[in-house]
Design a protein around this ligand. Structure first.
Ligand code: HAM
Length: 415
């Protein structure tokens, strides 16, 4: 029998990669804090109906990619494929609108989609997302986009282009769809089966088809902006003006409709020119009627999510190791000094390891260097003194060792 492997489309992150993960997550939390966003945590599985009625039955996510199962009582549950629907559910369930008009929320967690795995596309992936709930103001759309860009810049990622489009509102959507259908009617038979079905059920979704045989037919598509109502025009213009005022250059992508049905007006993606086909690291948009459609009060909202795995591929910052102290003894009888010195250092938030076996000085120093220790302490055979090796070496009475190390070693930052 072969050895067990990760299930297809999933990955392990080993200790050489997890510091980068932590840095990204910490940076995201820090940026969200600057904008006064607060964390929300929801379950990893929800009732299937929540996703079918919010993301939309014609989307690939709902029609092909959900991990759905029956529990022991026969209830249909689904591993969450994204975070927004669950946040909307939670907002309604806990009547957050009664606790304030405006809610700024963020979340971090695994999502699940049964997709065909490839570089940057997994079946379990982690999203970090924000939801700005309670305001129809185009300034909020611009603010979440700026927040995403600031996050990526802070992580040293360049070459990120915000692509924007508008997908209209319930008033102008029928006009958009009609124009789209008129344009596609003559080529309908050349399009894939999904596109043909969506022609009748959800024409806008056709633009989300990724099949190379269909994409050429979308190139001369009438620009959605020519079909939207005046209010949607004004909204889009104001988003662009806010972004322009902030010095953000955007690309208008008239075919960007996003893979989820709950969007209205602004739809956007932050796209990297350094990733291959899965070049969208971040996607989002406005979803003014999702919460009311799920049974909540009218609560306009806008948000985004980015994929941790795609971001990991772009950040190549070398993470500086946390300075560490190595402690060893030359005589087994003095091991208890190593043990207690290490604990005293940790009490002072200094990272420390101690070696159990008595070794020669050279033996310890080799081990210390293998562990990347910034400073090594060897307890001397008299048990009364210790030698500290850093750039130079100094032998001190045991009573002074702790104070000396504290003075010369930076504390480990709190997470
Ligand atoms: P989404 O575009 O489906 O939007 O996903 C957001 C991001 O999650 C993508 O840009 C990508 O980085 C990452 N992602 C998606 N699928 C995968 C995958 N299979 N493997 C790796 N990474 C992936 C949403 O999920 C919306 N809920 C975003 C949003 C929040 N809209 C408003 N608020």
């Amino acid at each position: 029998m072969g050895t067990y492997q990760t299930p297809r489309g999933t990955v392990d992150y080993l200790p050489d990669k997890t510091p980068l993960w932590q840095t990204i997550e910490r940076t995201a939390r820090h940026i969200f804090e600057l904008y006064n966003y607060q964390e929300i945590k929801t379950p990893i599985f929800e009732s299937t109906e929540l996703f079918t009625s919010s993301i939309g039955g014609d989307t690939d996510i709902v029609s092909k990619e959900m991990y759905t199962f029956l529990d022991k009582k026969g209830r249909s549950l689904t591993l969450r494929p994204e975070g927004t629907a669950a946040i909307a559910r939670s907002y309604i369930q806990h009547a957050l609108h009664r606790k304030g008009k405006h809610h700024l929320l963020f979340y971090v967690g695994p999502m699940f989609r049964y997709e065909r795995p490839q570089a940057g596309r997994f079946r379990q992936f982690t999203q970090i997302g924000v939801e700005n709930i309670g305001s129809p103001d185009p300034a909020c759309d611009a603010e979440v986009i700026i927040m995403g860009i600031q996050l990526f810049k802070t992580l040293g990622i360049h070459g990120i282009v915000p692509q924007l489009n508008t997908v209209g509102c319930p008033i102008c959507r029928p006009v958009i769809e009609e124009r789209l259908k008129q344009f596609l009617e003559s080529s309908l038979r050349a399009l894939c089966g999904d596109c043909q079905t969506r022609f009748d059920t959800n024409p806008l979704r056709i633009l989300d088809c990724k099949k190379s045989s269909c994409i050429p037919y979308f190139s001369a598509m009438p620009d959605i902006r020519q079909s939207i109502c005046q209010a949607c025009h004004d909204h889009f213009d104001q988003v662009l003006t806010y972004l322009d005022t902030h010095g953000v250059t955007v690309e208008i992508n008239p075919n960007l409709v996003r893979g989820l049905d709950y969007y209205n007006r602004t739809a956007f993606e932050l796209v990297s020119n350094h990733l291959g086909s899965q070049n969208a690291i971040c996607g989002g948009g406005r979803y003014d009627s999702l919460i009311s459609r799920l049974g909540g009060p009218s609560s306009p909202a806008v948000g985004f999510a980015f994929g941790m795995e795609r971001l990991m591929a772009l950040v190549d910052t070398a993470i500086p190791p946390v300075p560490m102290v190595y402690i060893g003894c030359l005589d087994d009888d003095h091991y208890s000094y190593c043990f207690s010195l290490a604990h005293q250092l940790r009490d002072h938030r200094i990272k420390a390891i101690h070696h159990r076996d008595a070794l020669s000085i050279n033996g310890h120093l080799k081990r210390a260097s293998k562990s990347n220790a910034a400073l090594s302490v060897i307890i001397q055979p008299d048990g009364q003194s210790a030698t500290v090796y850093a750039s130079g070496q100094i032998t001190l009475p045991m009573t002074d060792v702790l104070a000396h190390i504290i003075e010369h070693t930076p504390q480990t930052p709190m997470m």
